[in-house]
Design a protein around this ligand. Structure first.
Ligand SMILES: [Zn+2]
Length: 241
């Protein structure tokens, strides 16, 4: 049943499986959109350039169809730019590193359009599902796009940990928080229970925990020590153990 978590075949003769859609990736597909693309989890542009150059080769990459990961590109840009507003307030040191990247990339017309749109949408309304700390300038963030990227990253890390494709619908719990000192309770609990992973934790770190009695996979992620997402994924099927 494709809708459930299943074990990804990893014998050399088997084709790799796309961590986003769960389907095999052909060696030479008729449609080049379905060719193999090793996708960075999280996106590599989340690391400021000078750090990225230092950790190059150590960043997690997972197999995807070019079209499946490509479908997230604009939302990932949106995530990066909108979250930079949060980081600016919560973690000025890290923001300085991000800012040099942002100003360099703002010359690209697409990036510039996103920043313009973002600043144009400033409003006192908090989008549902994303909680902005009191006293902070509140922007009309598109929580749907932000959460979509956070979920993609969590599924990619879960794939890396378990070699299992996890459909989005298996996510049974979600919590997020933005800003210093606002890390969710769930995140704090996972942090106590297990060690963080990540090649450069102040930029990105994650905590993974499997709870057999509940058959739940917990994934907590920290971006720029300013933004937290915690997710729980149901292990709804005994994957042929
Ligand atoms: Zn795919």
């Amino acid at each position: 049943m494709a809708d459930h978590i299943h074990v990804v075949p990893n014998t050399p003769r088997e084709l790799p499986v796309c961590y986003l859609c769960g389907r095999p990736i052909e060696k030479r597909p008729a449609d080049p959109d379905f060719a193999l693309s090793m996708d960075h989890v999280p996106p590599k542009q989340f690391y400021p350039k000078d750090i990225r150059l230092r950790v190059r080769g150590q960043l997690t990459r997972q197999p995807s169809h070019r079209t499946c990961s490509g479908d997230y590109k604009l939302d990932e840009e949106y995530f990066y730019h909108s979250m930079s507003i949060v980081v600016e307030q919560a973690n000025p040191a890290i923001y300085q590193a991000m800012f040099s990247d942002l100003s360099r990339r703002a010359e690209a017309p697409q990036t510039h359009a996103i920043i313009k749109k973002l600043l144009g949408s400033a409003s006192p309304v908090t989008a549902g599902g994303v909680y902005l700390p009191p006293g902070m300038a509140q922007f009309g963030l598109d929580a749907k796009r932000i959460n979509r990227v956070a979920l993609k990253v969590a599924r990619g890390l879960l794939f890396a940990e378990t070699r299992r494709y996890v459909p989005p619908k298996n996510m049974v719990g979600f919590d997020s928080s933005l800003g210093e000192g606002n890390d969710p309770e769930l995140y704090q609990r996972i942090q106590k229970a297990t060690a963080p992973k990540g090649v450069y934790p102040s930029i990105f770190a994650y905590w993974y925990l499997y709870l057999p009695p509940q058959r739940l996979h917990w994934m907590a992620t920290s971006y720029w020590e300013s933004v937290w997402f915690c997710m729980a994924f149901s292990d709804t099927q005994n994957p042929g153990a």
